[in-house]
Design a protein around this ligand. Structure first.
Ligand code: GDP
Ligand code: MG
Length: 661
C-alpha cells in the first residue's frame, strides 16, 4: 500500500451522542468502497461499533481511526468519543486532527456538548465543516439549527446546500454548486454571498459593484477562510438514507487542510489514545506532525521526561491492520512498547502539535471502593490503567488509608466507569456519591515559619509571607532570600515543593489564588542535606495557612436556559433557590432565554428536574466559569487525607522514610 504519497486528511467527527456519528462513518466507508456491506447501528453490525473485528484477523488491537480513499486522497477519520463526560478524550483527539466534521441532528439541534465542541474548535483555530444530519426525521429544522449555531460562536456559518421537504422521507438536498439551485433559492444564495464577501474587502467591493459573485470566486474565498478557521461551511443530509454523503466527502477534501510537516525535521507526535491490550500490553494511538517514527527506535516522551523503545508499529487501511516500519508526517498509527505512555503525551519535540485547550474541568470527586476486600489491589491496578488512559481522572491512591479517589465531570461518567470496571476488569465496585471539589484561599496576609533542625542530621529554616491573590490568579511564588542564606539548589527545592504543599490546605482542599514569598531562612553547610527543604516547606506553608486562616471557593457554572415563556416564573424560582445570578430574560418566539451563573453544588441534579418541568422541551446548558467565594455556611470542609504537615513529628518521620526509599 502506498498511502504515504497520497494527500492526507486527518479529520475528527465530533458529535453529541445519537447525532448519527456511527451511521455516518459507516456510510462514508461504504461510499468509498472500504467496506462492501453496509452495517446498521440498530442491528449492531457497523464497523466502528464492533470491537471484535480485528480479533477475527488474529490481531487484538482496536483501530482508533478508520481510513478510506476518496478521490485519490487518504482520509483518516479519527475516533472521538461522543459523551459529554468524556471531553478530556475529545480534547486529546482534537490535538491529533487537522480539521473536524461537526455533526448536528436537525431534530435535536445544538446540544450542550455541541456547544463545548464548537467552542473548543473555535479556540483551537481548527478548521471545521458542519453536517446537519437526520433531515428526514419529523421535526427536522435546518434553519433553526443554523440560527442556534450562529448564537454559539461568532463565525459565519455558510450553508452550501438547501433542503427541500425537511422532515419527510422523500427529502432532497440541492447544492448551491448547481446554477439551477442558485436560481431556485436566490435568498439563500444572496445570504451566502454576503457572509463570504464580508470577510474580504476586495470581494465585498466586487459584490457591491457587480451585485453578484462568480460561484468560483465565492467558493475559493470560502475554502480559504475555512482553512484558516474563519468560516464554517454547512452541509446537510441523512446518513441513514445515504443522502449527502458524497458532497460531504468532497467538501472534506477541498475545504479541510492537508497536514504540513517534513520528514527530515525533528520528530513531533501526539498520543491521542491509550488502550490496554492483553497480548501487546499498552497500545498507543499516535499522530505524527513532523519527523519520522521508526520501529525499534527509542523515542523521547517529552511529557513524561523519559525514553522508551517502540517494539511495533501498525496502521489501519481499509479496515485492516498492517504492520509497518515507520510513520511519517501527517500519518496516524498504533505503537506498542511504550509502557509508561499516557493519553495526551507528546513524543519528540514539543513545538508542533495543535496545542491544548481546557474544555471541561473535572469538578467532582468520588471515592471508589471494591465490594470485597480482596479486590482492593486489583481495583487499584485497574484504576491506574484507566488513569493512564485519561489523566484527568487524577487518581489519588492513599495507600495508608486504603482509599482510592478520582475526579469526574458528571454522574454519567461514574456510571460508565462502574460498567467498565465490571466488564473489562471483572471488578465489582461502589462509587460514593460525587461531591463538589472545593478549593481554599487565604483570608488575610500572614506568615508561616518552620525550623527543621532536629533530629540531626538535617537543617532547613524557612519563613514565608502568604498574601491573598485575585480570583483566578493561581499561585505566585517569589524568593527574597539571598543564596548566601539558602543555597540556590535548596531554594529550588522550596519552589518545587510549593505545589505539593498546596494540594491540601487546612480545610482539606487545594489552596489557590495566593502569593507566597520566601522572606527568610537558612541552610547549614554541614547539616543540610538534599530533601530537607522539601520536608520543611509544607510545614512552613501550613503553619502560614493556620495564621492567615482560609475560606472556601466553589465552582461556578455559566448557564443558558431556553424554555417556554409560561415557565419563566417557576424556573426563575428554582434558580433563586440554587443561589443563581441571572440577567433579564430575552424573549424569542414562544420561548425565553435566560443566562447567568449558578454554583455547581446546588445545580448538580437540576437537569433532571428541569427536564420534567419542561417535558424535555427546554434546554439547560452549562459550562464551567471559574471558582468564586463560597458564602459562609455553604460548602464542605474535609479531613486531611494522609499525614498532615501540621502533625509535625509524624510528618517528619514519614517524609524521611520516603527520602530514604
Ligand atoms: P451516534 O451515537 O452519534 O454514533 O449515532 P448513531 O449512528 O448510533 O445513530 C443514532 C440513531 O439515529 C440510530 O438509531 C440511527 O439509526 C439513527 N440515525 C442516524 N442517522 C440518521 C438519519 O440520517 N436519519 C434518521 N431518521 N435516523 C438516523
Ligand atoms: Mg456511535
Amino acid at each position: 500500500m502506498e498511502s504515504k504519497k497520497k494527500s492526507i486528511r486527518n479529520v475528527g467527527i465530533l458529535a453529541h451522542v445519537d447525532a448519527g456519528k456511527t451511521t455516518l462513518t459507516e456510510h462514508l466507508l461504504y461510499r468509498s468502497g472500504a467496506i462492501r456491506r453496509l452495517g446498521d447501528v440498530d442491528k449492531g453490525t457497523t464497523q466502528s461499533d464492533s470491537i471484535d473485528v480485528e480479533k477475527e484477523r488474529g490481531i487484538s488491537v482496536r483501530l482508533s481511526h478508520v481510513s478510506l480513499d476518496w478521490d485519490g486522497m487518504l482520509y483518516n477519520l479519527i475516533d472521538t468519543p461522543g459523551h459529554v463526560d468524556f471531553s478530556a478524550d475529545v480534547e486529546y483527539s482534537l490535538r491529533a486532527i487537522d480539521g473536524a466534521i461537526i455533526l448536528v441532528s436537525a431534530v435535536e439541534g445544538v446540544q450542550a456538548h455541541t456547544t463545548s465542541l464548537l467552542k473548543a474548535v473555535h479556540e483551537l483555530g481548527l478548521p471545521a465543516i458542519v453536517f446537519i444530519n437526520k433531515i428526514d426525521r419529523a421535526g427536522a429544522d435546518v434553519e433553526a439549527v443554523l440560527e442556534e449555531l450562529r448564537k454559539e460562536i461568532p463565525l459565519p456559518f455558510v450553508p452550501m446546500q438547501v433542503a427541500e421537504g425537511e422532515g419527510l422521507g422523500g427529502v432532497s438536498v440541492h447544492s448551491l454548486d448547481e446554477e439551477s439551485s442558485r436560481m431556485q433559492y436566490p435568498e439563500v444564495w444572496d445570504q451566502c454571498q454576503e457572509l463570504v464577501a464580508e470577510m474580504d474587502e476586495e470581494l465585498l467591493e466586487k459584490y457591491f459593484e457587480q451585485g453578484e459573485l462568480q460561484f468560483e470566486e465565492f467558493r475559493a474565498a470560502l475554502i480559504q477562510s475555512t482553512k484558516k478557521a474563519k468560516a464554517i461551511p454547512v452541509l446537510m443530509g441523512a446518513a441513514k438514507l445515504d443522502l449527502g454523503m458524497e458532497e460531504l466527502m468532497d467538501c472534506v477534501g477541498h475545504f479541510l487542510p492537508e497536514p504540513v510537516g517534513e520528514e527530515k525535521e525533528a520528530l513531533s507526535a501526539v498520543v491521542y489514545k491509550v488502550e490496554p491490550d492483553k497480548v501487546m500490553g499498552k497500545v498507543a494511538s499516535v499522530r505524527v506532525f513532523q519527523g519520522m517514527l521508526k520501529n525499534r527506535m527509542s523515542v523521547w516522551n517529552a511529557t513524561q521526561g523519559l525514553e522508551e523503545k517502540i517494539t511495533r508499529i501498525t496502521k489501519g487501511y481499509n479496515q485492516c491492520i498492517e504492520v509497518c516500519d515507520e510513520l511519517g508526517p501527517g500519518e496516524v498509527g498504533l505503537l506498542t512498547g511504550l509502557s509508561e505512555v499516557h493519553t495526551g503525551d507528546v513524543l519528540g519535540a514539543e513545538l508542533f502539535s495543535n496545542g491544548s485547550c481546557q474544555m471541561d474541568t473535572p469538578l467532582l470527586t468520588v471515592r471508589v471502593e471494591p465490594r470485597g476486600d480482596k479486590d482492593y489491589p486489583v481495583l487499584a491496578e485497574a484504576l491506574q490503567v484507566l488513569n493512564a488512559e485519561n489523566p484527568m481522572l487524577n487518581l489519588k491512591w492513599l495507600k495508608g488509608e486504603k482509599e482510592l479517589h478520582i475526579q469526574v465531570m458528571g454522574k454519567i461518567q461514574v456510571e460508565i466507569l462502574e460498567k467498565i470496571l465490571e466488564t473489562r476488569f471483572g471488578i465489582e465496585s461502589n462509587f460514593t456519591q460525587p461531591s463538589v471539589i472545593y478549593k481554599e484561599t487565604p483570608v488575610c496576609s500572614g506568615e508561616g515559619y518552620e525550623r527543621y533542625t532536629m533530629p540531626k542530621p538535617c537543617w532547613a529554616v524557612v519563613k514565608f509571607r502568604i498574601e491573598p491573590g485575585e480570583r483566578g490568579s493561581g499561585v505566585v511564588f517569589e524568593s527574597r532570600v539571598s543564596v548566601n542564606d539558602i543555597a540556590r539548589k535548596y531554594q529550588h527545592e522550596v519552589e518545587r515543593t510549593i505545589p505539593k504543599a498546596l494540594e491540601q490546605g487546612i480545610k482539606g482542599w487545594e489552596v489557590t489564588d495566593l502569593k507566597i514569598t520566601l522572606t527568610e531562612g537558612e541552610d547549614h553547610v554541614m547539616h543540610s542535606r538534599p530533601g530537607d527543604f522539601c520536608v520543611a516547606t509544607p510545614m512552613g506553608v501550613m503553619n502560614g495557612l493556620v495564621n492567615t486562616d482560609t475560606k472556601l471557593l466553589e465552582p461556578i457554572l455559566n448557564f443558558r436556559i431556553v424554555a417556554a415563556r409560561d415557565l419563566l416564573g417557576t424556573i426563575a424560582g428554582d434558580l433563586t433557590r440554587m443561589r443563581a445570578r441571572f440577567a433579564n430574560p430575552e424573549f424569542y418566539q414562544d420561548n425565553f432565554i435566560l443566562k447567568g451563573e449558578v454554583p455547581l453544588a446546588t445545580s448538580m441534579d437540576y437537569s433532571i428536574q428541569f427536564n420534567s418541568r419542561t417535558g424535555g422541551k427546554g434546554k439547560f446548558m452549562t459550562s464551567f466559569s471559574g471558582y468564586q467565594d463560597c458564602p459562609q455556611g455553604e460548602g464542605e470542609c474535609r479531613e486531611y487525607r494522609g499525614i498532615s504537615p501540621l502533625d509535625r513529628s509524624k510528618w517528619i518521620l514519614k517524609a524521611r522514610k520516603a527520602i530514604q526509599e
